[in-house]
Design a protein. Structure first.
Length: 429
């Protein structure tokens, strides 16, 4: 039976979707859908949120059963937090966000980098990032890989991983310089109880129907009809917050089809790959402080980013992203866990293998209602975000992290875009 979550996560029955009309229907109960629904509720507009999966939150989800501590299986960082509504809401609702640790450790095959190596790494990072931003600032919308300077050969692969897969969920040849440049600098915060717990809590009291995937949208008349497995719904306006991959893959049938410009924008904003490999290392065998960021210096593309002792717990997150992350995802969670343990052993010594207890790997690309991580524009497609954000025949809006011009790839960007679209919808009614 379909369920709807309460503030405390207690499930209660949800009736079958009877055919009726609302002012606004929203597809998706992720950050953008929740933000929009909250705004529409406050404007006293009737709204229905249809969520295909069995939970609230979309790509931000906190689990407490696998490791007995909050484990953010999706988004974990509150990015670009200063001035963002989500940071304020976290504080107002007792979630006590705290600043992220920015003191990175650089490991080189079993040892920490020397002061000289840290300086060399910093120079390489600054040179690569400056070249990318200079290209974007000048209006060039080309592949990041095409503008990297010569030199810094010893650090090229490691810095390319950090700027590409680890930051953008794609390899450098698949990233637009203009989109990269437009992205805001980020001051990060964490939520000890979990980012997913915060977002799910903010959905309290909203009319969300879970396990209700939308199969088709008929927009041929002045009333939009949504067909689901649980019945039909009519709405004056529609907000679509499903991921770009779900829309680009035609999981929801639109009649008439989406305009060519929007379809092309979706193709240019396909989601990259970013998965967590969570490892439990009891007793702090590596001696890290809480939430310690760690870079692993390696040749080639087989690398992961590491966050040690999440919220002071025994949990480590080794993040597999970009092309290598996609390769591991295709091989399955066991392959991801094995690869992460191998990397830890290379960085900290083979004895660490015996210290790893419970483990888990996410596979966001396999999620049928999400199909990836977040959108980084392909080379030449940075302006696709503006196109995707334009309303369709004053009836349909698409919103989410993919429509954010400078906070793409973030929950905060999705939250802002959901409210932006909701404001436009109210103005159109």
């Amino acid at each position: 039976m379909a369920t709807i979550l309460s503030w405390f996560g207690v499930a209660r029955p949800a009736p079958a979707l009877a055919r009726h009309e609302v002012d606004v229907a929203i597809i998706g109960a992720g950050a953008a859908g929740i933000s929009a629904a909250r705004f529409l509720r406050d404007q006293r507009r009737s709204v229905a949120v249809l969520e295909a999966s069995d939970r609230i939150g979309g790509r931000v989800h906190t689990d407490t059963s696998i490791f007995d501590v909050p484990y953010d299986m999706g988004a974990h960082w509150i990015h670009a937090a200063h001035g963002l509504t989500l940071l304020d809401l976290a504080r107002q609702n007792g979630f006590d966000p705290y600043p992220a640790n920015t003191d990175e450790t650089l490991m080189i095959h079993g040892r920490e980098a020397t002061p000289v190596e840290y300086r060399e790494f910093d120079r390489a990072y600054d040179a690569f990032e400056s070249a990318i931003k200079a290209a974007g600032r000048s209006g060039r919308d080309v592949a990041v890989a095409d503008v990297l300077p010569d030199g810094h050969a010893a650090w090229r692969d490691t810095v390319s991983f950090i700027l590409g897969p680890y930051a953008c969920a794609k390899d450098l040849e698949d990233i637009s310089t203009l989109d990269f440049w437009r992205s805001d600098e980020r001051s990060d915060f964490y939520v000890k109880a979990g980012y997913g717990a915060l977002v799910a809590g903010l959905a309290a009291g909203l009319p969300i129907r879970l396990n209700t995937p939308v199969l088709a949208v008929d927009r041929a008349s002045d009333r939009i009809v949504l067909t689901t497995e649980r019945g039909s719904l009519s709405a004056r306006r529609l907000l679509v917050t499903a991921s770009t991959n779900v829309l680009a893959d035609g999981i929801i049938r639109f009649s008439p089809e989406l305009p060519a410009g929007h379809a092309e924008a979706l193709a240019g904003l396909r989601l990259g790959t970013y998965n967590h490999v969570a490892l439990e290392l009891p007793g702090n065998p590596l001696g890290f402080e809480r939430d310690a960021p760690v870079y692993l210096h390696r040749e080639g593309r087989r690398n992961m980013g590491l966050l040690a002792r999440v919220a002071g717990s025994d949990l480590y997150l080794a993040d597999a992203a970009g092309g290598y992350g996609a390769e591991l995802e295709r091989e399955g969670p066991e392959a991801s866990v094995a690869a992460a343990v191998d990397l830890l052993a290379d960085a900290f010594g083979n004895d660490i293998r015996a210290r790893v207890k419970r483990s888990h790997a996410t596979t966001w690309g396999r999620s049928p209602y999400i199909r990836g991580a977040y959108s980084c524009a392909a080379p030449g497609r940075a302006d696709a975000r503006r196109t995707l954000a334009k309303p369709i025949d004053s009836q349909i809006w698409i919103a989410g992290e993919a429509t954010s011009p400078n906070l793409w790839g973030t929950v905060g960007g999705a939250w802002i875009e959901g409210e932006r679209a909701a404001r436009e919808i109210v103005a159109s009614l």
